[in-house]
Design a protein around this ligand. Structure first.
Ligand code: ADP
Ligand code: ASP
Ligand code: MG
Length: 595
């Protein structure tokens, strides 16, 4: 008999009526011939209320007690849901995370799942009962209650679906499915019928609140078919699944992370090992850093900037000060009131001009881009927070995301060469996953060496709206495909942008760039045809803070200097000097235990 996992979010079990409706849905599924496991969140705003209550007692609640407290919200829900099912005439058993045997590590408030035993759930299912599991919680080796991080019930659901080999995992929530962007912020956002795992993983980790990003890691790792559906109607929702032919759009969706902060370390030594120290200090505190921009060094010192959620800023600054101390030089500064606006889509792998189109639409509405980073399927920009919601609407319209799908793309089409991607990953992934010691362990399936690219850097350009748009529009019009883009402001108020192109396009691209740059007398153009890009490929790489640490430590031990860095959930890349490519490749294969 096939197993269906059904997860109900807080809004969907907020009242007795909604609890009964959720119960009826599970009962109907059971009567249609399936075994049913429900995963339930705390009712309505229960978790927020408990957080507020703790804050009234202390500014620094001990994490262990916080987990003890927050886990009660889910315990209340499962009991009520099980009662509801029983009144409808079916058997039901409510179980806490500990009763199921969801074993986690001891990182209170952000615990990771190690193992789940299926015995008790299977016994209940075979006995004809619907299992009602508490989301968001587990226990550590000493039976201390742990929680998985806010929004973590999604992760409980996909993890249970994975270990039970469920036919489908259904996520019932308060919207019709996954939209092109948050429908609360953009009224004409549209529901997408299907989205690829990689796209959803990026969207979720870049701020789309609809799914916990770790739940998508589970879904991809263990091939769980996942569907986000409305709890209040019979809508078919959105299927989250492997990449398919039907994914027509170049950009599938936009994510906004409103409350971000920027942290910069300047005047730090430009030598191998610098990034390793920075990443290890952040990794030690489990701070996921994003939008890492390391400027090509000037006068023997380097500068690195990155973003973190504003709630992690205080800890990040402490960690950055530690890094500067260990490096022996440098100054830390930060910027708040910024937001990260990202565009995501697997179509970016094969289309040129996507970035230029996004930058142009921001320029047209007077939005200055403070930082840019891109990866193979996403473009992230850091902009001022007071403009972020308007910017989201503008970019949404610019990519025609408010129109029905399957319209032709708004940007040029050209196959990008030499960027070997997703398809070959399936088998490798399966091999790595089958050897995992713990379910949420880091998954790194490959280390790739790409020697086909060249780097161009333009420094001392004005820091004002429209500059990036001008540069990248000119390049796109010249039909040159840009790969990695990295931009930030320097302390002198000038901006610097670096990007990579195929080496065979270098001369042509330089001609295009020289012409544009000539309008800014202060601007300086440099390039390097002799670079190599190393990419560590896997799942959840940015959110598992240990990956950057391991990668940069290995490069540092091999005495390799890093020119540019680029991170996404699927890939972490570093640009280095080409003659060191093979040595670096070997060092990384060894560091990640790959052949
Ligand atoms: P639940 O309590 O069911 O887990 P959440 O509040 O965690 O629900 O997630 C649903 C909410 O996510 C929606 O109400 C919506 O405002 C928000 N959201 C953000 N981005 C998106 C998106 N791209 N698609 C759909 N919903 C989104
Ligand atoms: N109740 C938890 C929270 O509000 C978990 C969840 O809803 O997914 O974060
Ligand atoms: Mg949620």
């Amino acid at each position: 008999m096939s197993i269906i996992v059904q997860k109900f979010g807080g809004t969907s079990v907020a009242t007795a009526q909604k609890i009964l409706a959720a119960a009826r849905r599970a009962v109907a599924t059971k009567r249609a011939g399936h075994q049913v496991v429900m995963v339930v969140s705390a009712r309505g705003h229960k978790t927020d209320e408990l957080v507020d209550l703790a804050a009234e007692i202390t500014d620094a609640p001990p994490p262990r007690e916080m987990d003890m407290l927050l886990s009660t919200g889910e315990q209340e829900s499962v009991a009520l849901v099980a009662m509801a099912i029983q009144t409808l005439g079916e058997k039901a058993v409510s179980l806490t995370g500990g009763q199921i045997g969801i074993l986690t590590d001891t990182s209170y408030t952000k615990a990771r799942i190690r193992n789940i035993s299926t015995d008790r759930m299977r016994r209940c299912l075979d006995d004809g009962a619907i299992v009602v599991a508490a989301g968001f919680q587990g226990v550590d080796d000493d039976l201390n209650i742990t929680t998985l991080g806010r929004g973590g019930s999604d992760t409980t659901a996909t993890a249970l679906a994975a270990v039970l080999r469920a036919a489908e995992c259904e996520i019932y929530t308060d919207v019709e499915g996954v939209f092109t962007t948050d429908p609360r912020l953009v009224k004409d956002a549209r529901k997408v019928p299907r989205i690829a795992y990689d796209e959803m993983l990026e969207m979720a980790s870049l701020g789309a609140g609809v799914m916990h990003s770790r739940s998508i890691e589970f879904a991809k790792k263990f091939s769980v078919p996942l569907r986000v559906r409305p709890a209040y109607s019979d809508g078919t929702g959105t299927l989250i699944a492997p990449e398919g032919e039907e994914d027509q759009r170049v950009v599938s969706g936009l994510a906004l992370a409103k409350n971000e902060a920027r942290v910069s370390l300047s005047g730090i030594p430009d030598r191998p090992g610098t990034m390793a120290i920075v990443f290890s200090k952040m990794g030690a505190r489990k701070i996921p850093i994003d939008m890492v921009v390391q400027n090509v060094a000037e006068g023997g010192t380097a500068e690195v900037s990155f973003t973190v959620p504003q709630s992690d800023l205080a800890e990040t600054l402490t960690a950055a000060e530690e890094a500067v101390k260990e490096l022996g030089a440098g100054v830390v500064d930060s910027g708040t009131a910024v937001s990260k606006l990202s565009a995501v889509g697997v179509g970016m792998r094969s289309h040129s001009g996507v970035a230029a189109h996004m930058f142009q639409s921001l320029a047209d509405s007077g939005v200055n881009i403070q930082m840019i980073t891109t990866s193979e399927i996403k473009i992230s920009t850091l902009i001022s927070r007071d403009q972020c919601e308007d910017a989201l609407k503008v970019v949404h319209a610019a990519f025609k995301l408010d129109r029905p799908t399957n319209e032709p793309p708004t940007v040029g089409v050209r196959q990008k060469a030499g960027n070997g991607d997703a398809p070959s990953q399936g088998r490798l992934l399966h091999e790595v996953v089958s050897k995992l010691a713990a379910m949420e362990d880091i998954v790194v399936s490959e280390v790739l060496l790409d020697e086909s690219q060249a780097r161009i850097t333009i420094s001392d350009i004005p820091d004002e709206p429209g500059i990036s748009a001008t540069i990248f529009s000119a390049i796109a019009e010249g039909d040159v495909m840009v790969d990695m883009i990295i931009q930030n402001q320097s302390h002198s108020g000038r901006a610097r942008v670096s990007f990579t192109v195929d080496r065979t396009d270098l001369e042509r691209c330089l001609l295009l760039v020289r012409e544009v740059v000539s309008q800014w007398p202060s601007a300086q153009l440099t390039y390097d045809g002799d670079i190599a890009t190393l990419s560590v490929v896997g799942i959840g790489l940015r959110t598992h803070t240990g990956v950057g640490e391991r990668m940069f430590k290995a490069l540092s031990e091999a005495s390799i200097n890093i020119q540019l860095i680029n991170t996404s959930e699927m890939r972490m890349s570093a640009v280095i000097a080409r003659p060191e490519g093979h040595k670096a490749h070997a060092a990384l294969l060894k560091a990640f235990g790959l052949k």
